[in-house]
Design a protein around this ligand. Structure first.
Ligand code: GLU
Length: 423
């Protein structure tokens, strides 16, 4: 009997996977051996224990992390994840990916990431607020607008960013909106930040469709994950003319070959907490969405969902990684051999951190831009990053992931070399 795919994926260590992706491009770009060794390690790792007051009057201990992988190109940047499966290795991998992502889109940040082991689906708002404020306090040693700027990630929201901003500001005695991005608009958030990950993904999928000579109108799309990235991807891609044929979230999925109504799906998700039970489609399981017959597959949930076992069954022509780390290296090789274009996470989901950068710049200047301007700038950044990665991929005859890594790792290596060794 075939082994359960989640068990197979669980065997892969995500931190080993991140280092292997770096190793695979080192010789391609002639990366200096010492710098290669330097980039294989995170610069700084902070583990914190959090006593959090719970609704029953007692307190419970939680564990959290903030990892800064590399700060050569600027302050650390990267989200905070609240999830029961968070591990230090996962946060290290996510921080390394942020370094490459910021370098690829050429924004002046290094890479960082945070995570707290918790199950926000089973916590009250008050408990989540207590947890967030205590975590912020514990990591306030190393965060700040010039040091390291957190943002949302899996299961963290603008409200949680507001608590981070408030906690940090109260400790300093004045408002410091630039300490965190992804905030609500009324306290220094940016227009367009909520949809930015999905919008950036749409822009690079458009570019890929054009590069492959495929028509956009009516092209079919399957989306795994219906959170901030997946939900807005469904909306924006269907408004652009793509046909959404299958979607799923952690409870299951729905499919309809004549197209799912993205607005109806969103309303159903917001009302019931899941896409399951949506009347406009047939029920399918979460994993079947990945293997669904479609032109574009958008994994928009968690790591390691495309593994050696299911990669041969993926039917899409383009895989756009709205999630971080959805494809393991073996699966990457299989997809490349099968002629499937994988738009890597550091490109496909970089729209989020790009608009986070715009938010940080607006906060520092206390001068806010129109949404139109933000979307135009985002489009320029994403299109340029796509072309640079595509050129490298063509030049070396390698995958888009390797092409993107060539551009990104080279930029970080150059900054590291120019700054030299201290002391
Ligand atoms: N968590 C998002 C990511 O993985 C956004 C990070 C940010 O905006 O700093 O890219």
């Amino acid at each position: 009997m075939a082994e359960d795919l989640s068990a197979v994926a669980a065997r892969e260590n995500v931190w080993e996977m991140a280092k292997r992706q770096l190793d695979e491009v080192a010789s391609l770009i002639g990366l200096n051996e010492s710098i290669h060794g330097y980039l294989r390690q995170p610069k700084r790792v902070l583990e914190v224990s959090l006593p959090v007051r719970m609704d029953n009057g007692g307190f419970k201990m939680f564990t959290g992390y903030r990892v800064q992988h590399n700060l050569a190109r600027g302050p650390g940047k990267g989200g905070i994840r609240f999830h029961p499966d968070v591990t230090l290795d996962e946060v290290k991998a996510l921080a390394m990916w942020m370094t490459w992502k910021c370098a690829l889109v050429n924004i002046p940040f290094g890479g960082a990431k945070g995570g707290v082991i918790c199950d926000p689906k089973h916590m009250s708002m008050q408990e989540l607020e207590n947890l967030t404020r205590r975590f912020t306090t514990e990591i306030s040693l190393i965060i700040g607008p010039e040091k390291d700027i957190p943002a949302p990630d899996v299961y963290t929201t603008p409200q949680i960013m507001a608590w981070i901003m408030d906690t940090f500001s109260m400790q300093h005695g004045y408002s410091i909106p630039g300490v965190v991005t992804g905030k609500p608009i009324s306290i220094g958030g940016s227009l367009g930040r909520d949809k930015a990950t999905a919008r950036g993904c749409l822009y690079v999928v458009d570019e890929a469709m054009q590069a492959l000579g495929l028509p956009i109108e009516g092209a079919t799309v399957a989306i795994q994950g219906f959170g901030n990235a997946g939900m807005y991807a469904a909306q924006l891609m269907s408004a652009r003319g793509y046909k959404i044929v299958a979607v799923s979230d952690s409870s299951g999925g729905v499919a309809n070959d004549s197209g799912l109504d993205a607005r109806g799906l969103t309303a159903h998700k917001l009302e019931t907490g899941s896409v399951v039970g949506f009347k406009g489609g047939e029920r399918i399981d979460n994993r079947a969405v990945l293997e669904y017959e479609c032109d574009v597959l958008v994994p928009a949930a968690l790591e390691k969902v495309i593994a050696r076992e299911n990669a041969p069954r993926i039917k899409a022509k383009i895989v756009a990684e709205a999630a971080n780390g959805p494809t393991v290296p073996e699966a990457d090789a299989i997809l490349f051999d099968r002629g499937i274009m994988v738009l890597p996470d550091i490109l496909a989901n970089a729209g989020g951190v790009t608009v986070s950068y715009f938010e940080w710049v607006q906060d520092l200047q206390a001068n806010f831009w129109e949404e139109e301007e933000i979307n135009e700038r985002l489009k320029r950044v994403m299109t340029r990053a796509f072309r640079e990665a595509y050129d490298q991929a063509q030049r070396h005859g390698v995958s888009m992931r390797k092409g993107a890594y060539c551009v990104a790792v080279d930029r970080v290596a150059e900054a590291t070399k120019l700054r030299g060794l201290y002391p």
